[in-house]
Design a protein around this ligand. Structure first.
Ligand code: PLP
Ligand code: COI
Length: 361
């Protein structure tokens, strides 16, 4: 299928936003001049692929997504390299996860090669939007929504797949500084057999109640425990979680069926052994983790995700007690991994894994 290209003259009003990402942009608030869209109908397949000026979507108020949240999304980034080029990081892995999410949510899959072509053409058209400040990137949000005008419950017959992109700075306002994480004792994110493994909006909506409540008390993220026993560590709101034992062994929860299989998590698991760290994926009891923090066996904790990159955790709160890690300072292992991973992403360091690919501009 070909992609119709309908570009606008560069928007002069937005001129000052291109190529940079000042801190007031924060994360996910500014978007580029164009977007990609395509439509789907059962029996017809995908049609009307188009790159056009960034615009509002027009939906019937009865559109299925508005009522039953049949929706999926992805998050990846494009990085400005020192030679002025643009790198994508493991995009096929995001598109494979998009299709896994689609299958779980009874939505149509998108051909990965076509998805990549649509994205690279969009980035090429809006290349002036890829920021070049340190730590900034172009955040990419592929999304699919169910659009059939029908409020009877059932899988939609129509879908819209779109990609929007925008310059993004650090996800957390403090940059590479430790965050405080609240461990939820009462509320659960996802259950095995449910949709926790899928990147679907409802998982995030379900997390808002307690997240907003504890944000008022200064906690940046919520750590979720398994929904059956409320005992095993799963993940954090926007990240997977890793614990560093004695500065040399990195432990992360094994994928349980309710944890999102993070691409950054997988990158850490592949990268860390090449830097001299041991790694393991285990079922982690929160009581043991907190005891190991108290005894000092756990020397660092960090979250990892596309938006958050590697984010040190300085403190946990659980059942009214605080657990401080590494004196609430960022640690050497987190910094080492951050430097190596971002070095690869930004094309500053060699990429022995073949994770990055240059966008043809
Ligand atoms: N877990 C959740 C719930 C997330 O939203 C994310 C972010 O995408 C992650 C983990 C990390 O996944 P990735 O590294 O693929 O961005
Ligand atoms: C990402 O890291 O890309 C995500 O999708 C997390 C989101 C909550 C910002």
């Amino acid at each position: 299928m070909s992609i119709a290209i309908n570009t606008i003259e560069e928007n002069l009003l937005e001129e000052n936003k291109r190529g940079s990402c000042p801190s007031e942009f924060g994360f996910g608030t500014v978007f580029s001049d164009h977007m990609f869209t395509q439509e789907y109908e059962v029996g017809r397949g995908w049609y009307d692929a188009e790159i056009s000026p960034y615009h509002n979507l027009s939906l019937d108020p009865s559109a299925a997504v508005l009522h039953y949240s049949q929706e999926i999304f992805e998050g990846l980034k494009a990085y400005r390299t020192p030679d002025g080029g643009i790198n994508l990081f493991r995009p096929e892995d995001n598109f494979a996860r998009f299709n896994r999410s689609a299958r779980r949510m009874v939505m149509p899959e998108v051909d990965s090669a076509f998805h990549l072509e649509a994205l690279t053409r969009l980035i090429s058209i809006d290349q002036s939007w890829v920021p070049n400040q340190e730590g900034s990137s172009l955040y990419i949000r592929p999304t699919m929504i169910a659009t059939s005008p029908k409020i009877g419950l059932g899988a939609s017959a129509n879908y819209c797949h779109f990609i929007i992109v925008g310059p993004a700075g650090p996800y957390f306002t403090g940059g590479f500084n430790p965050i405080s994480v609240y461990i939820s004792d009462d509320y659960r994110r996802a259950v095995v057999g449910g949709v926790g493994e899928a990147k679907t909006g409802g998982n995030y909506a379900a997390s808002l109640f307690i997240s907003e409540d504890v944000a008022k008390k200064g906690y940046t993220q919520v750590l979720w425990l398994d929904a059956v026993e409320g005992r095993y560590v799963e993940e954090v709101g926007a990240m997977n979680i890793c614990f560093v034992y004695e500065g040399k062994r990195i432990v992360t929860p094994a994928l349980s069926g309710s944890i999102l299989a993070g691409i950054t998590r997988d990158s850490v698991l592949q990268l860390a052994p090449t830097l001299g760290y041991e790694i393991s994926e285990e079922r982690l009891d929160i009581n043991q983790i907190l005891a190991d923090i108290k005894s000092g066996l756990i020397t660092e904790v960090f979250g990892c995700g596309t938006a958050a990159v590697i984010s040190p955790v300085g403190q946990f709160a659980f059942k009214g007690e605080d657990y401080v890690i590494n004196n609430n300072q960022s640690g050497d292992v987190s910094k080492h991994l951050y430097d190596e991973l971002t070095g690869i992403q930004y094309g500053i360091k060699d990429d022995p894994f073949g994770w990055t690919q240059k966008v043809q501009l």
